[in-house]
Ligand binder design. Structure first.
Ligand SMILES: Nc1ncnc2c1ncn2[C@@H]1O[C@H](COP(=O)(O)OP(=O)(O)OP(=O)(O)O)[C@@H](O)[C@H]1O
Length: 697
């Protein structure tokens, strides 16, 4: 007997259906953990969470005991609502940015969707607020009409920054959910404090890929008029919301891996029925995420993590990637029907217009196909970035030539042009791919720590040093690639030390004179003009010569001629559906906008539009206003340069710099020339040379 499963990469959601044997299915979803609809013999969402809050009130009694006994809260008093100050909240939001980004988009999406389905649904009722809390009970994000109505959050706690722990708020849905790590409902008089007795709150835990509690999603009704049982219908919606957040969080955490999503065939819209697997380049399952059976399925999950894909699914990673690759090459939508061979995974259907690397979430494989077919073999990770843009393709061609040589690469480009992405792709395409890729953001490490971070230290070498010492990042990259991001911000004092490491290929940690040999490939990046820094004395010339064997300038998005492909790739990575409708009007906006924030801004616009959209279409109304009304890049930059690309490194650098400064100075040539310390005539001459002109002038 076979069990059909759909297997696909969730960041991309180009579904490929496979069949696996019942035996294998059972090893992934043990019989007593059947996942599915009740009519298929599976459990309901509520039973997956092993509680029906309407029936079991013991947890309320226990919580009252804790609050009055352990925390000595006065039931006749008022809660002492605690709120983080703006600085601490800001830091927390920064730390939790991925969770907040995913959680807030999903909350908005749920509110919009349920509103659309039913005017009088429980969830978006006028007194409802959705709260996203971290595992420490701090509200990170709030959505709801309560907030919009301007009710004072100081009394309700319904806003970002409030802390929903039992010791402060007593018995409430979110505080109990945090304590018990289970779905919890608290209704009217079940609350401990009188402030909350008109409320009903329903809360659901959200789990991190590690199995630890990531946070809680809570839906609170400030003027609950219904019996407790009426709110039971909210719980499955919250469970789905929590599940979507968990899955997206998992996919983003393992975005450098192949991510397989396994669910029952024809059930692929139902996330409850789904398991996710992150698989590394060697086919090993490094993480697994199973639906709704947290805790209880831990053993099975533990058994799978660390296993090879081949041993779990009867197919090797190579074979599976080959299948994807072959089908993608032929742009085929052919159904390879189940032939009755149930001993392995079989490709069932494949969408067209999907790049191989997108399907597998950017994993870097050198499959036999690329070896056979490409006259100049470009590895998949690089191929995925190459697009149809002349400058980008030329960059990739040059990278390929030095890929496995110990030649340093300097990436130049405005913020968000993909320097980090390219550095990682180079590493993964190179023969160092099995060794570490270590990235250091030279601008983000405090100057006082950068030396120990980079070079490490011996035990007890300075006050506050760890007793066991610390390996520096340079040594951590041994055998692999060291990515020095924002190298222009490297403090002057450390440039000399870094230079010595690069020259001598040896590291001497703080507190010792003993040097150890190190083998690293160095890739550096900056969005500053490093030549200017050198001229101004802020960057050592001899260090520049060590890091700039090959200099590549990444074009800003507004200049890229492969915007369509980029939009498609990002949609596929973000949206989770196989086909995306983008109207001509939206395309015009995408292609015409000047994208000051570059690809990062494009990704964020697409992500938000997809969250707000209905189904598989991006509509104008889901785009931010600045895009719809904003300045069009098409009017600014023309491509009739006196010299044609590819330019030399220094020319490309100069061109990018002129463009960036013109943008920054709103195309006021006088200001730009003054800033660049050249005459107006010189600037005009250079603009003509590089084909830059202001069509609005
Ligand atoms: N070729 C590409 N295809 C799809 N997405 C891309 C591509 N290149 C970059 N991105 C996306 O653009 C965003 C910014 O990329 P990245 O961080 O690599 O830029 P950066 O130049 O290093 O930025 P910064 O200078 O701010 O550090 C990321 O979300 C990344 O996934």
């Amino acid at each position: 007997m076979t069990t059909p499963l759909a297997v696909f990469a969730p960041g991309v959601h180009d579904r490929v259906d496979y069949y696996i044997s019942k035996r294998l299915f059972d090893s992934v979803f043990p019989q007593n953990q059947t996942i599915g609809k009740p009519d298929e013999g599976g459990h309901t969402i509520m039973s997956h969470y092993d509680t029906d809050p309407s029936m079991d009130n013991d947890y309320i009694t226990h919580a009252w005991d804790r609050c009055t006994g352990q925390y000595r809260l006065d039931v006749n008093g008022a809660p002492e609502l605690q709120r983080l100050d703006a600085g601490n909240l800001g830091r927390l939001l920064e730390e939790q940015h991925l969770f907040v980004e995913i959680g807030s988009a999903e909350m908005t999406r749920l509110i919009k969707q349920t509103l659309r389905f039913s005017e009088d649904a429980m969830l978006p009722s006028p007194d409802c607020t959705l709260l996203l809390l971290d595992a420490g009970g701090v509200a990170l994000h709030a959505v709801g009409t309560e907030l919009e109505s301007g009710r004072d959050a100081r009394y309700s706690g319904m806003d970002a920054g409030f802390i929903w722990r039992e010791e402060y708020v007593g018995v409430t849905g979110p505080s109990l959910c945090l304590h018990d790590m289970k779905p919890r409902m608290v209704h009217r008089e079940e609350h401990l404090f009188r402030n909350f007795v008109e409320m009903a709150c329903c809360a659901m835990p959200i789990w991190a890929p590690s199995g630890a509690l990531l946070g809680v999603i809570d839906s609170t009704y400030s003027r609950s008029g219904y019996a407790k049982s009426a709110y039971v219908s909210v719980m499955p919606l919250l469970a789905q919301l929590a599940r979507r957040i968990e899955m997206k969080y998992f996919a983003r955490n393992y975005q450098d891996h192949v991510i397989l999503s396994v669910n029952r065939l024809n059930d692929y819209t139902d996330h409850d029925d789904e398991a996710l697997f992150a698989i590394n380049e060697n086919g090993v399952i490094v993480a697994a995420e199973f639906a709704l059976t947290k805790g209880t399925i831990g053993d099975a999950k533990g058994g799978l993590v660390g296993a090879n894909l081949r041993d779990v699914f009867d197919v090797s990673l190579d074979k599976m990637l080959d299948d994807h690759h072959r089908a993608e090459k032929s742009h085929s939508r052919t159904l390879l029907r189940n032939t009755g061979r149930h001993d392995g995974l079989r490709v069932f259907s494949l969408p067209d217009k999907v790049s191989f690397t997108a399907v597998v979430n950017g994993i870097l494989r050198n499959t036999p196909h690329s070896r056979d077919e490409a006259s100049v073999q470009v590895h998949d990770s690089l191929l995925a970035l190459s697009g149809d843009d002349a400058v980008v393709s030329e960059n990739i061609r040059r990278i390929h030539k030095v890929l496995n040589k110990n030649i340093s690469i300097l990436l130049l480009g405005e913020t968000g042009t993909g320097k980090d992405t390219l550095a990682r792709a180079i590493h993964r395409a190179s023969d160092r791919r099995d060794k570490p890729f270590v990235a250091i953001n030279c601008a983000a490490i405090p100057e006082s720590l950068i030396e120990s971070e980079l070079f490490g230290y011996e035990p007890g070498s300075f006050t506050g040093a760890s007793r066991v010492g610390k390996q520096g990042k340079v040594m951590a990259a041994n055998g692999g690639t060291l990515f020095l991001d924002e190298i222009g911000d490297m403090p002057a004092a450390l440039q000399g030390r870094l230079l010595r490491v690069l020259e001598e290929r040896e590291v001497t940690p703080l507190g010792t004179t003993k040097a150890s040999p190190v083998d690293i490939r160095v890739i550096s990046a900056t969005n500053k003009s490093i030549n200017d820094l050198v001229q101004q004395g802020g960057f050592r010339t001899d260090l520049l010569y060590r890091i700039n064997d090959v200099v590549l300038s990444l074009p800003p998005l507004r200049e890229r001629s492969d915007k369509i492909r980029l939009v498609e790739t990002i949609c596929q990575q973000e949206c989770g559906v196989s086909e995306m409708e983008i109207s001509a009007e939206v395309w015009n906006i995408f292609l015409g906008y000047s994208w000051p924030g570059n690809i990062r801004e494009l990704r964020s616009v697409i992500r938000t539009a997809l969250a707000l959209s209905d189904g598989n279409a991006i509509r104008c109304e889901d785009l931010p206003e600045r895009l719809v009304t904003g300045e069009r890049a098409g009017g600014r930059v023309t491509t009739a340069p006196a010299t044609t690309p590819p330019w030399s490194d220094s020319d490309a650098l100069e061109r990018n710099r002129i463009l960036a400064e013109l943008e920054r100075h709103h195309w006021r040539v006088i200001d730009t020339a003054k800033f660049l310390k050249v005459s107006r005539n010189t600037l005009y001459r250079k603009m003509r040379l590089y084909g830059i002109m202001d069509a609005d002038a």
